[in-house]
Design a protein around this ligand. Structure first.
Ligand SMILES: NC(=O)c1ccc[n+]([C@@H]2O[C@H](COP(=O)([O-])OP(=O)(O)OC[C@H]3O[C@@H](n4cnc5c(N)ncnc54)[C@H](OP(=O)(O)O)[C@@H]3O)[C@@H](O)[C@H]2O)c1
Length: 401
């Protein structure tokens, strides 16, 4: 848990860093911050899935020691692009784990999906500071990851903007005075759309987020509000609060990112423009603060900040995620795996937008009750849930009911 390890008095310079998922949306923002102050960081390793050309370019730019590509069919391109640079290269799942195992003090976990779990756990096992963007790792294996962090003295630094906001205003030493926390949700591109309009929504409409520029999977998750559901589960593990003390409020401007409510009636919030470079910089500099080029807030220009309750009818994913958290055991693994399969099928135009939640619900009904004691249990159940979701999609029984 974040409060178990006291912050170092000052941060080591240069900080040795690794970025898992450096070619993605969070990864590219992290690379930009690293490149802005080259003397402050020594880059140990960078990891991507398929994008060998961008990975090689980043590795040269940051003078990384090691670059790993998960998809080994792209290894030739990576090797050629880094020939003569002195940068070591690797390919495949084992190379991704090796990247996380190398001796960086600070590791950005920004691989998307359950694929990020094993490398994230590897960094935790080394006792590193782990900047956690990969929420799916906590959703699937929250107890395993936080227990291991406690055992190894690893520090989990939340990067999701809502959790990073709460981390900044959460008085860990006064936890008994904290009544609840509130995660804000933009409501995504379909906040004001009817169910009929959502039924026919296209991938292009779903990924066109009004405030944030993000990867395709999390953009669809924002549109269904499954993202907020995953974040409730993530918050449960990061802040050790039960479901009843984790609230969600829709805030379309995405300026107030997270709030902590105290027993004297005070509510502390963190505000900022919707720009991931702020929470990433907060984690990268921690426990100090470093600069970030995010646009500054102009409250007078904003004029209005609005809040409303989420609509459970149009956004059933929130209810499904909360149900999975409360059911415990393997339910969050099933939720996450079925959602990953359903989102990929939606992006491939094989199912409709509202089918995503239907498929997740069917998988949760079919696979309830599994217990999780190890990462192997997580991967086994993750596989079963993916197969169950694919069956539902294949036979059409769970879609467009
Ligand atoms: N984007 C945001 O603003 C934001 C905000 C909060 C939290 N998050 C969370 O941060 C994580 C990353 O999101 P994102 O939007 O940055 O995703 P993204 O743009 O899709 O990037 C994903 C990154 O992971 C890599 N990757 C994918 N599968 C992999 C595998 N099997 N092995 C190794 N690397 C793999 C990708 O490599 P390639 O480029 O080669 O495919 C890419 O570098 C997600 O868990 C998301 O929920 C994102």
């Amino acid at each position: 848990m974040p409060e178990t390890v006291p912050p170092p008095k000052y941060r080591e310079r240069p900080r040795r860093v690794t970025v898992l998922g450096s070619t993605g949306s969070v990864g590219r923002n992290t690379v930009e911050l690293l490149a802005a102050d080259p003397g402050a960081y020594q880059v140990e390793a960078l990891v991507a899935h398929k994008n060998a050309s961008l990975l090689a370019e980043q590795a040269r730019r940051l003078r990384a020691r090691f670059a790993a590509i998960a998809d080994d069919t792209q290894y030739g391109e990576l090797k050629d692009a880094l020939a003569g640079s002195g940068i070591e290269t690797g390919a495949g799942a084992a190379a991704v784990v090796e990247a996380a195992a190398r001796p960086a003090d600070w590791v950005m976990a920004a691989i998307v999906g359950a694929a990020g779990l094993r490398p994230t756990m590897e960094a935790v096992r080394r006792g590193a500071m782990v900047a956690l963007a990969n929420k799916e790792a906590l959703v699937c294996a929250g107890v395993l990851v936080t227990d291991e962090a406690k055992r190894r003295g690893a520090r989990l630094l939340p990067v999701d903007s809502e959790h990073n906001a709460i981390f900044q205003v959460f008085a860990f030493e006064q936890r008994e005075a904290i009544e609840r926390i509130i995660l804000t949700a933009s409501g995504g591109p379909f906040l004001k759309r009817s169910r009929a309009e959502m039924e026919n929504a296209t991938p292009e409409q779903a990924v066109a987020h009004p405030n944030w520029s993000m990867g395709a999977k999390i953009s669809v998750d924002s549109a269904t509000m499954m993202n907020k559901g995953l974040e409730i589960i993530e918050a449960h593990h990061l802040f050790a609060l039960e479901s009843a003390r984790l609230d969600v409020v829709v805030h379309p401007q995405s300026v107030v990112h997270g709030l902590v409510c105290y027993s004297d009636g005070s509510v502390l919030a963190q505000l900022g423009s919707p720009d991931m470079r702020t929470p990433i910089a907060n984690a990268l500099g921690w426990p100090e603060r470093i600069g970030a080029p995010s646009p500054r807030l102009d409250l007078a220009k904003l004029a209005q900040l609005t809040f409303e309750a989420p609509d459970p009818e149009r956004f059933p994913a929130l209810r499904l995620a909360r149900g999975a958290l409360e059911a415990g055991g393997g339910a969050p693994v099933v939720l996450n795996a079925a959602n990953e399969v359903a989102v990929a099928s939606f992006l491939d135009r094989r199912i409709g937008f509202l089918d995503i939640a239907r498929i997740v619900e069917r998988a949760l009904e079919d696979l309830s009750g599994a217990e999780i004691g190890s990462l192997d249990d997580v991967y086994a159940l993750d596989g079963e849930a993916r197969a169950a979701a694919r069956r539902v999609i294949g036979n059409g029984s769970g879609v467009r009911a």
